[in-house]
Design a binder for this molecule. Structure first.
Ligand code: HEC
Ligand code: HEC
Ligand code: HEC
Ligand code: HEC
Length: 500
């Protein structure tokens, strides 16, 4: 075959034909490109709500009128069918599964009731139901402050705007009950005018401020994690007014957090058996995630917990926030080519190994609490006990920092292992000190391990009257909760909503 240049020399019209054909193709490509760009700007435009409502509108269904796809998936967090090896959206009793925790939390509300976390749609009703919030019925006092509502509901930004955060925290949990009824929702993470990501919780903004960072200047990708860090972080209630504070002033690592609490001599509770001045970790998911390889490579929580869905040419963020193992094809496999089974195995392998060392530390802590209890029985003095009790405080906080950070075994396996290993050493130090004290009192037998084969036996051992607690709770659920919900419905009926 002759080269094209020679053929054009022989037949000049062929050159013109080629020229015009190319022009037409380029023109058509241009049209296609411009239509794609238009679609894109349409997509951005689609983030403007079609239904006008207040900035503080707490109801998902009202925002959902403009964004049905996101709304529908957010509601799908009601699905409780998924259970992976260690996590998932199903409801199960963590104390039943692991009665050692009852001993570790003796004299603290967590020893009464602790369940696996479910989807966001349950955040409010699970808080009603847990025995930890008690059964307040008089309309004023309750065992918990309103601060407990902070990470449960899209009514919180609304109430904080109305009262100011300080006055909000200072109320009792019960006083706010009829105001806080919508679970984690749109208003927690989005601006009502353009749907951009918005940080609504003052504690996170203030924690960054004290570290010299203006959170509102965070990049878009950072906000895809910070939206979650509003709630999935370690915190404590400061002072009489129960002001919510993240203990990050010295840094986010466990040593920084413990040093912070030691310096201000903060104690969550005094342990029922050992009398140690204890710390309770909440759920430092963000802190530990930041220590792992995925954070170091710039991933955000939403990359794995809120993958994308494509539906009829429309691509949107999956608002069914859940374990990524329930949809590996839209989470891990966006970046990794390995088969689903293999990726699952990668996760389970890390979790299994960390679970093993976590369990060892738990057993040491149970023993240390029992040995300290025995030493008190034998009239040890507070001065003698102090060193051992501080060790128990620190070792249990290390255990809890990993145990309560629900994804940590995968998010940051190396840091989790380091923390637990350090906890084991400190718990052993406590037991050495206690062994010396016990010896000095003439007690040379091993202190028996408590009878904690089941949750019920463990709770009986620490002296909880579960029947009474449950009866009180049932009464609260029957009488108080329906009253709150009725008041909320009447109030909400008056909010302005305009279809544009
Ligand atoms: C826990 C935080 C959170 C909550 C609650 C939440 N969103 Fe989102 N939303 C996000 C994140 C993260 C993105 C992704 C933003 C991005 O990367 O641009 C997003 C994106 C969006 C977008 C942009 C289009 C898209 O799908 O990417 C819309 C619209 C939206 N959300 C609507 C809603 C509605 C409606 C609700 C309530 C039913 C809601 N969101 C609740 C975090 C949240
Ligand atoms: C306003 C507070 C709040 C925000 C913001 C928030 N969460 Fe949650 N999250 C919760 C609460 C509370 C629960 C437990 C609900 C329950 O068990 O009733 C929870 C549960 C979860 C669960 C367990 C659900 C399951 O089905 O296994 C995951 C995973 C999760 N959140 C991830 C995220 C991610 C990722 C973000 C950010 C995109 C985020 N959360 C933002 C409060 C929040
Ligand atoms: C690289 C992917 C990835 C990223 C990014 C990621 N996670 Fe996870 N997360 C996981 C995996 C995998 C699990 C374990 C799920 C299981 O065992 O079912 C998990 C578990 C969790 C759980 C417990 C879920 C449950 O069902 O109880 C929470 C809560 C959570 N992550 C929150 C976060 C938060 C908050 C961030 C950001 C600070 C984040 N994750 C970032 C992959 C990720
Ligand atoms: C947005 C991209 C992205 C997503 C989504 C993602 N990863 Fe990764 N993953 C990475 C990157 C980047 C690394 C670091 C490896 C590197 O840089 O070579 C990594 C590393 C890993 C490693 C090795 C880390 C180690 O501990 O040594 C494992 C295992 C892994 N990912 C599993 C998963 C699983 C399981 C999921 C889903 C739950 C997931 N990844 C989701 C990008 C991603």
């Amino acid at each position: 075959m002759k080269p094209i240049s020679e053929r054009v020399k022989e037949k000049p019209w062929l050159g013109w034909l080629l020229f015009f054909t190319t022009m037409v193709v380029v023109f058509l490509l241009g049209l296609l490109a411009s239509s794609i760009v238009e679609r894109r700007s349409e997509a951005v435009f689609a983030y403007t709500p079609q239904v006008e409502h207040e900035r503080w509108e707490p109801r998902h269904e009202v925002w959902g009128r403009s964004f049905p796809h996101q709304f529908e998936r957010a509601m799908a967090t009601r699905d409780t069918s998924f259970r992976s090896k260690y996590h998932g959206s199903a409801h199960w009793d963590m104390l039943e599964e692991n009665p050692r925790m009852v001993i570790l939390w003796a004299n603290y509300p967590f020893s009464k009731d602790y369940n696996q976390g479910r989807g966001h749609a349950y955040a409010v009703e699970d808080l009603y139901a847990t025995l930890r919030t008690g059964a307040p019925v008089d309309g004023n006092d309750s065992p918990m402050p309103a601060t407990c509502w902070t990470c449960k509901s899209s009514d919180v930004p609304r109430m904080m705007n109305q009262l100011g955060p300080e006055a909000f925290y200072a109320k009792s949990w019960e006083e706010m009950g009829h105001e806080i009824v919508n679970p984690v929702g749109c208003a927690d993470c989005h601006d009502a005018t353009d749907m951009s990501l918005r940080i609504t919780r003052p504690a996170l903004i203030e924690a960054f401020e004290r570290r010299g960072v203006n959170i509102h200047e965070a990049t878009h990708q950072e906000k895809r994690s910070l939206a979650c860090a509003q709630c999935h972080v370690e915190y404590y209630f400061k002072g009489e007014g129960n002001y919510l504070v993240l203990p990050w002033d010295k840094g986010l690592e466990i040593e920084n957090v413990i040093a912070y609490f030691d310096e201000i001599q903060f104690t969550d509770w005094v342990h029922g058996i050992s009398k140690a001045p204890m710390l309770k970790a909440q759920h430092p998911d963000y802190e530990l995630f930041m220590e792992g390889i995925h954070a170091q490579r710039g991933l955000a929580c939403a990359d794995c917990h809120m993958g994308y869905i494509s539906e009829g040419g429309l691509k949107f963020t999956d608002h069914k926030v859940q374990s990524p193992l329930n949809n590996i094809d839209r989470t891990c496999q966006v970046c990794h080519r390995e088969a689903e089974r293999e990726l699952m195995q990668n996760v389970y392998e890390r979790q299994d190994k960390i679970f093993e060392i976590k369990t060892r530390l738990e057993k040491l802590l149970v023993r240390a609490h029992m040995e300290a209890g025995k030493a008190w029985e034998l009239n040890a003095s507070p001065e003698e006990m102090e060193g051992a009790l501080m060790d128990i405080r620190h070792a249990q906080m290390m255990w809890d920092y990993v145990a309560a950070s629900h994804g940590a075994a995968f998010h940051a396996p190396i840091e989790s292992t380091r923390i637990l290993a350090k906890g084991v050493e400190i718990a052993q130090n406590a037991r050495l000190k206690l062994s010396n004290i016990l010896n000095s009192k003439g007690h040379t037998q091993p202190v028996p391990y408590p009878p904690i084969e089941t949750k019920a036996r463990a709770q009986e051992f620490i002296g909880l009257d579960m029947d009474k607690l449950e009866q009180e709770k049932n009464r609260f659920m029957d009488i108080v909760v329906p009253k709150w919900l009725k008041m909320a419905r009447e109030r909400e009926a008056e909010y302005p909503v305009n279809n544009l």
